[in-house]
Design a binder for this molecule. Structure first.
Ligand code: CA
Length: 544
């Protein structure tokens, strides 16, 4: 029995116990997966500089983002459909030295290019009114080398000397990726895992930890953010040559979260631990609420690109073994990676099935801005091409992002790839994202339900149940660019009700065959449709 099956058994037993004793609301929560408010959310990652410019200076800003909130979620079912996302992750909004914001100059100041703290408070209020939670990037592993703390530290100011990691002689060893990590300044050497412009802060010094608790208090308690995406968590504390995922880092983040819970008990900490599932899972429940599942992201992309579901199936099972139910963040690609659509060689149908896997699976989904319209971009030094301005319409050179000159060239495909073109087209990628996000919002089984894998008898077809006490949903994704007829669904763990009514929630107008349910509540060699269309997604309700 795998840990996965143990969870399942526990879930079913717990569900049965609760069914006898608890009202329905409590039952749905107890029998499904997920502990917390974030398990009901779909997040959207935004690079503010590139999302929408409000004042014509060519730089995206907070007022621009506020203007576009209706696109993300207008909280009104009577108007034309919006993306229906319920969470935002903003890449750094604090004053920084570089365009991307990951080298902080002031941890309490809004980036001047983006607006003011008043603008940010206005954004939080407007987002909350629409039911959107707001996370901001907290870049605490390192600051800019131009940060006043580092300047003082480098000058030997005794108050700040120990805020960074210094050595009198060059220790000489390299970083985890073979990079130079010891940098010379004034005859001494400081540690900076990414580069010399980003010196690592010294969390062996309690004064630095205290300061960062205070920074968190400012954003969570005073300003009203709902949590943080914590950058580069695995690099927080080094132990000599051991520079990733050290026990000291795990201890520190747990203590840090305890301190934050004192004033913000419901705050969400999402960790960027760019490692294997095995390393990242250690953080969950120990200082971090959710970690980004990088392995599973690769698995979903590979499935869509290689038309083979084997990888995503096994990586999903591994995630279920490693994490508490639902406590990982899922995504396809982020601001550090070649965009989904480029990975998929601009095959819109492949992008559709990748999105299906993301938005129907367990965990908490995150979408990178522009992914929903199929924006392209290849990772190159500087990462500019994966962070280009959002393509709102077909206006030459600006794509509706600004009335001025964009801070960076808009992608040349703007005439073919933009929101305006896809907004009212029911077959567009944007409509696919929108419909699936709305389905997820409406069906708690997709948000928190148990995930039960189904054997499909085909490497091309991925299938699973999402199940809570109220409903059982069957998801089928055909990753192949051809129709698939040689498949059969076999449920080997878990069970469904004997009521075999099958209802389509998404994906077909054709009549569906019902499964034959055996005495164990399971089925085998079941074909809801004799033929699965190329790159198709079906979401079916099992039982009435
Ligand atoms: Ca602007």
């Amino acid at each position: 029995m795998t840990a996965n099956h143990k969870w399942l058994l526990l879930t079913l037993v717990l569900g049965t116990v609760l069914m006898l004793s608890a009202p329905l609301g409590a039952l749905a929560q107890g029998a499904g997966e997920g502990c917390c408010w974030w398990n009901d959310r779909v997040f959207y990652e935004i690079f503010v500089r590139s999302f929408k410019d409000s004042d014509g200076d060519g730089i995206g800003d907070l007022q621009g983002l506020i203007q576009q909130l209706d696109y993300l979620n207008d909280d009104d079912d009577r108007t034309k459909p919006d993306l229906a996302i319920t969470g935002l992750w903003l890449m750094p909004v604090t004053e920084a030295a570089s365009y991307h914001g990951y080298d902080t100059l002031d941890y309490r100041q809004i980036e001047q290019d983006y607006g003011s703290l008043d603008d940010f408070r206005q954004l939080i209020d407007a987002a909350h009114q629409r039911g959107i939670a707001v996370l901001i990037d907290l870049v605490i592993n390192h600051s800019s080398d131009q940060h006043p703390w580092f300047v003082a530290s480098a000058q030997g100011n005794p108050e700040y000397d120990d805020w960074y990691v210094w050595a009198d002689q060059d220790p000489g060893y390299r970083g985890p990726d073979g990079q130079v990590v010891w940098h010379e300044r004034g005859g001494r050497y400081y540690y900076g895992v990414f580069w010399g412009g980003m010196p690592d802060l010294n969390y062996a010094n309690p004064a630095v930890s205290e300061e960062m608790i205070d920074v968190a208090r400012f954003w969570l308690d005073e300003v009203g953010a709902d949590g943080f995406r914590i950058d580069a968590v695995k690099h927080l504390i080094e132990d000599g040559r051991e520079q990733e995922n050290t026990p000291a880092t795990l201890d520190w983040i747990e203590t840090y979260q305890d301190a934050l819970h004192e004033f913000a008990p419901d705050s969400l900490l999402v960790g960027e631990v760019w490692s294997t599932s095995y390393a990242s899972a250690d953080y969950v429940g120990n200082g971090i609420d959710l970690v980004f599942e990088f392995d599973l992201a690769t698995g979903m992309l590979h499935a869509a690109r290689q038309r083979n579901a084997d990888g995503v199936r096994s990586l999903q099972n591994r995630a279920l073994d490693l994490y508490p139910p639902g406590q990982y963040a899922t995504f396809l690609t982020n601001h550090d990676q070649t965009r989904v659509m480029t990975e998929l060689r601009e095959n819109v149908d492949a992008a559709r099935v990748a999105a299906s896997a993301l938005l129907t699976g367990p965990g908490v989904p995150f979408i990178y801005y522009g992914e929903e319209i199929g924006m392209t971009g290849t990772k190159r030094p500087g990462d500019y091409l994966i962070r280009t301005p959002m393509q709102w319409d077909a206006t030459p050179a600006t794509a509706g992002f600004t009335t001025g000159e964009p801070w960076h060239l808009v992608n040349v495909d703007l005439a073919e790839v933009n929101v305006a073109l896809q907004q009212d087209d029911p077959d567009s990628l944007l409509s696919h994202y929108r419909t699936l996000i709305q389905l997820r919002n409406e069906h708690a089984a997709l948000q928190r339900g148990a995930y039960i894998p189904i054997d499909t008898g085909s490497r091309r077809v991925y299938a699973f149940l999402r199940q809570n006490a109220d409903e059982t949903l069957l998801v089928l994704i055909n990753f192949d660019d051809d129709p698939v007829v040689d498949y059969g669904l076999t449920l080997e763990a878990g069970s469904v009700s004997a009521d075999t009514a099958i209802t389509t929630l998404f994906g077909t107008d054709s009549p569906l065959a019902a499964p034959a349910i055996d005495a164990n509540g399971q089925f085998s060699a079941y074909q809801p449709l004799p033929e699965l269309a190329p790159y198709s997604t079906l979401i079916l309700q099992v039982g009435s």
